[in-house]
Design a protein around this ligand. Structure first.
Ligand code: NOJ
Length: 551
């Protein structure tokens, strides 16, 4: 059983900096466990499975948005930042969940979405009713259109989900009116962070949840928050993937959030700064601002020793005090087993369609995903585990079009398959769908269909199999906790042949990953603590990681 977090300093830092070396489980509520039987996961389902997570050995859970929402973007369109969507439960359920998780030694991080709101948020409804030039419209980005009759959007910005980044409204008097900015779906109007009301609101939202006992906030779209009020056209030649950002203002906002978090010792701010390029990411990391940012360069990296070596080095030299975070996958990207089974093992949001064009060797992908899991969990810093990664679930690429839910699929007219394939509900037990995701006798089927082959990947099936992905994750997390030199402590690269990554954590722990196509010799005086696959005598086979006791 997982040890409750000790108040004493540990390999993860002091109890106030627990997050520096933590293992954080991403719980995508709607796909985790459904207790109510409506086919959608909920907080009661999450509460019922907290012992599973304690047994897995994680330190914290990050919950994707759980707020009241029309669910146009799976909850990333928030109508009320201080409550829980009835789909998922009540505020009392959230309180109980926080208390029960804490009793098991598990911290809670929640998602806050400050870049944009929901078109059903009372502020936006008020802004629509109030008319042009009103103070309440200033909380969003309303602008007159350009050209004859204001028929053209104010600038050329496109929505990240496809299509234009602006939508025209009808004014209260029935005339064609202003346009509003939405970097995502039209149902997600962007907030104007130049508005003091917006700033005050989010400081208050942070306090609301910190006061309820949450231990951290994951800040959605953290790089996009601040726009140049001149709203200049985007020039594709600028080479900047973030044309919207006023970087100075972003830093100022981060500092104001940090000042709030600092009032609550032990709370962490994790920024979702979606930049797959480490040099650009570095521009968002400053002392006294966000505590950490997600490591998208690592998440996007192909299964290639030189590329991984480089991205690990770049990550470890990020400026400031931020510890590294290691992320293999999340609810926005293809599942790792599928990715690593393709001819091209990189990932890029803009090229999802291209990646889906490849076949995937799931056996090879699983083997590599196991090796990647041990590599990742041996690196210095925090590690994020996206639910289902511990079961080796694959990307479900054959969801029928009529069952798809992701706005990306619809806004690109099917050009981009979107993210549903990584969001399919978890298989818990049994031999056929719904695999215990919904309770017996449930009135509804899971909100996305589960492949029948997942009968071998249920929690129950994997708990019973010593060589399962689940058992590998449990063993790895147990060792990670027990080893003083893991977590947030330094690493040192060791000499290794081409295609092999070898590094030590302290004097007696070595991690070796073989990404080459040939077996490589293991150090003679070392013994294996854990391996991602069977070892040949004295040899480490391809696509395998071993943790060694040395010295
Ligand atoms: C990033 C989130 O991870 C993603 O799921 C969401 O669609 C966008 N931000 C918009 O909120």
């Amino acid at each position: 059983m997982h040890k409750p977090t000790s108040p004493e300093p540990s390999s993860s830092g002091s109890s106030d900096t627990w997050w520096r070396g933590a293992a954080i489980y991403q719980l995508y509520v709607r796909s985790f466990a459904d207790a109510s039987g409506d086919g959608i996961g909920d907080l009661a389902g999450a509460r019922a499975h907290l012992p599973y997570l304690a047994e897995l050995g994680i330190d914290a859970i990050w919950f994707n948005p759980w707020y009241p929402s029309p669910q146009f973007d799976a909850g990333y369109d928030i109508a009320d930042y201080r409550s829980i969507d009835p789909l998922f439960g009540t505020l009392a359920d959230a309180d109980a969940l926080i208390t029960e998780a804490h009793a098991l030694g598990i911290k809670i991080i929640i998602d806050v979405v400050p870049n944009h709101s929901s078109s059903l948020n009372p502020w936006f409804i008020e802004a629509l009713a109030a008319g042009p030039g009103s103070a309440v419209r200033d909380r969003f980005w309303f602008r007159p259109g350009i050209g004859p009759g204001g028929n053209q959007p104010p600038n050329n910005w496109q929505s990240i989900f496809g299509g234009p980044g602006w939508t025209r409204i009808t004014e209260p008097d029935g005339t064609p009116g202003e346009w509003y900015l939405h970097l995502f779906a039209p149902e997600q109007p962007d907030f104007n962070w130049d508005s003091p009301a917006v700033r005050r609101e989010f400081e208050d939202v942070l306090r609301f949840w910190f006061d309820r006992g949450v231990d951290g906030i994951r800040i959605d779209s953290a790089a996009l928050l601040a726009k140049d009020p001149a709203l200049p056209d985007y020039s594709p030649d600028s080479g900047d993937p973030n044309p919207y950002t006023d970087l100075d203002e972003v830093h100022e906002i981060y500092r104001s959030w940090r000042a709030v978090a600092d009032e609550y010792p032990g709370r962490v701010l994790v920024g979702e700064v979606w930049l797959p390029d480490a040099a650009r990411l570095a521009r968002y990391v400053n002392p006294g601002e966000l505590h950490t940012v997600f490591n998208f360069p690592y998440l996007s990296c192909p299964w290639d020793a030189a590329a991984l070596h480089q991205v690990i080095d770049q990550t470890l030299s990020l400026p400031g005090e931020a510890p590294a975070t290691w992320v293999l996958s999340n609810h926005d990207v293809d599942r790792i087993v599928t990715r690593y089974g393709r001819a091209d093992t990189a990932f890029d949001l803009q090229r999802r369609r291209y990646f889906h064009g490849f076949g995937a060797d799931l056996q090879l992908g699983t083997r590599r995903a196991r090796a990647a899991a041990l590599l990742t969990m041996a690196l210095p810093g925090a590690v994020y585990i996206y639910q289902g990664e511990e079961l080796g679930l694959w990307e479900v690429q054959d969801i029928p079009d009529e069952l798809r839910q992701d706005p990306i699929f619809y806004r690109t007219h099917g050009g981009d398959p979107g993210r549903d394939g990584s969001r399919v509900p978890l298989p818990w037990s049994g031999t056929e769908p719904p695999f215990g995701f919904t309770p017996a006798g449930a009135s509804a089927v899971p909100w996305l269909p589960q492949p029948k082959e997942w009968r071998d990947l249920t929690v129950a099936a994997e708990s019973a199999r010593a060589d399962s992905m689940l058992r590998l994750y449990q063993d790895a997390l147990r060792i990670r906790h027990a080893e003083e030199s893991l977590g947030d402590a330094p690493m040192s690269w060791q000499p290794s042949p081409d295609g092999v990554l070898a590094f030590d954590r302290g004097p007696s722990f070595r991690c070796v990953t073989n990404l080459s196509s040939e077996p490589v010799p293991l150090p003679p005086d070392a013994s294996a603590l854990l391996a991602s696959g069977p070892l040949d005598t004295g040899l480490l086979p391809p696509d395998t990681t071993v943790w060694l006791r040395i010295g």
